[in-house]
Design a protein around this ligand. Structure first.
Ligand code: PAF
Length: 283
C-alpha cells in the first residue's frame, strides 16, 4: 500500500487501474482510523478491485471555535490499519494541495442541511460537500463508502450526488459500536476516563428510543422526551439536540407515520458526540 500526497499522483495511479479495466472504491476519512472506518474499507475491498482511502482533516468543515487544531492525527497508524483491511492507496494531501491559493468555489446545499448538525455547525456541510466533490473528481470512484453514524452527512452526500449527476454509487454502512455500546468515533479519544463512562448515556438513550419504537410508540415527543430525560440524568452530558426527523427531508416530525431518523448530539464535557437510529431498522 502506498501513501500518496499529491492529486496528480492519485490521478495517474487510478488512470493505470482504469486502463486495466479495474473498479475503484473510495473511503473518504479524516484519519485517526478505527473499526468503523475499517468496516468501510472492508466493504470497499469486497465490492471493488482497488480501494483508495482519503485521510484528510478538512479545515473547511470546521467552524472557527471547533476542534480543527486538536483533531487527532496519526498517519502511520492509519496506514497500517488501512493496509490490513485491503486498501491500495492512502491519499493524504496537505491542505494547500486541496485548497490552492485563491480557492473560491464551493458546493452548498439549501435542503437537508438546515436541521440537526446544520443548526449548530452552520459551515459544516458546505465544507463536507466541497471536499467530497473534490475527492470524487480526483479519484472518480465507482463507489464511495460512508458510515451511517453520520446519517445526515450520508443523506446530504446522496442528495448532492443525485443533484449534480455524479456518476457513482454512494454506499451507507452500519454504525460500529464498542462492546459497551458507545458508537466508534475518532472524537472518543478526547474523553477522560470519567467522560468515557458518562458518554455511554448516548447509546443508552438510543437503545431506549429503539425499544419504545419496537413496542409501538409513534409519538415523537414521547420518544425524544424519554431519551432527553435519560441523557439529562447524566451530570456530564449537555444535549445539543434529540430529534426525530423525516429521512427524506431531515425535517422534524410529530408522528412516526413515515420512515424516520432519530438523531442525537450531546456534549460530554467539551466533546460533542452524535448517535442515531433509523426507525425502519427497528421494526
Ligand atoms: O465523515 C468524515 O470523516 C468527513 O466528514 C468526510 C466525509 C471524510 C469529509 O471530510
Amino acid at each position: 500500500m502506498k501513501i500518496v500526497k499529491t492529486i496528480d499522483e492519485v490521478r495517474s495511479i487510478v488512470k493505470g487501474w482504469r486502463a486495466e479495466g479495474l473498479t475503484v472504491g473510495l473511503v473518504p476519512t479524516m484519519g485517526y482510523l478505527h473499526e468503523g472506518h475499517a468496516s468501510l474499507i472492508d466493504a470497499s475491498h469486497r465490492d471493488n478491485d482497488r480501494t483508495v482511502v482519503s485521510d484528510f482533516v478538512n479545515p473547511m468543515q470546521f467552524g472557527p471555535t471547533e476542534d480543527l487544531a486538536s483533531y487527532p492525527r496519526d498517519l502511520k497508524r492509519d496506514a497500517a490499519l488501512a493496509e490490513a483491511h485491503g486498501a491500495d492507496i492512502i491519499f493524504n494531501p496537505e491542505p494547500s494541495e486541496m485548497y490552492h491559493e485563491g480557492f473560491s468555489s464551493f458546493v452548498d446545499m439549501t435542503v437537508l442541511t438546515q436541521e440537526l448538525c446544520g443548526l449548530s455547525r452552520p459551515v459544516h456541510f458546505r465544507g463536507v460537500c466541497t471536499v467530497v466533490s473534490k475527492l470524487f473528481n480526483i479519484v472518480k470512484p465507482d463507489r464511495a463508502y460512508f458510515g451511517k453514524k453520520d446519517a445526515q452527512q450520508l443523506a446530504v452526500i446522496r442528495h448532492m450526488a443525485d443533484d449534480l449527476n455524479m456518476d457513482l454509487e454512494i454506499i451507507g454502512c452500519p454504525i460500529i459500536r464498542e462492546e459497551d455500546g458507545l458508537a466508534k468515533s475518532s472524537r472518543n479519544t478526547y474523553l477522560s476516563d470519567e467522560e468515557r463512562k458518562a458518554a455511554l448515556i448516548l447509546s443508552k438513550s438510543i437503545f431506549a428510543g429503539m425499544d419504545m419504537v419496537k413496542h409501538g410508540c409513534t409519538t415523537a415527543a414521547e420518544i425524544t422526551g424519554a431519551m432527553k430525560k435519560l441523557i439529562d440524568s447524566e451530570p456530564l452530558a449537555k444535549i445539543d439536540y434529540v430529534k426525530l426527523v423525516d429521512v427524506a427531508t431531515m425535517q422534524q416530525i410529530e408522528k412516526l407515520d413515515r420512515p424516520a431518523l432519530c438523531a442525537i448530539a450531546v456534549y460530554i464535557g467539551k466533546t460533542r458526540l452524535i448517535d442515531n437510529f433509523f426507525t425502519e431498522d427497528v421494526k
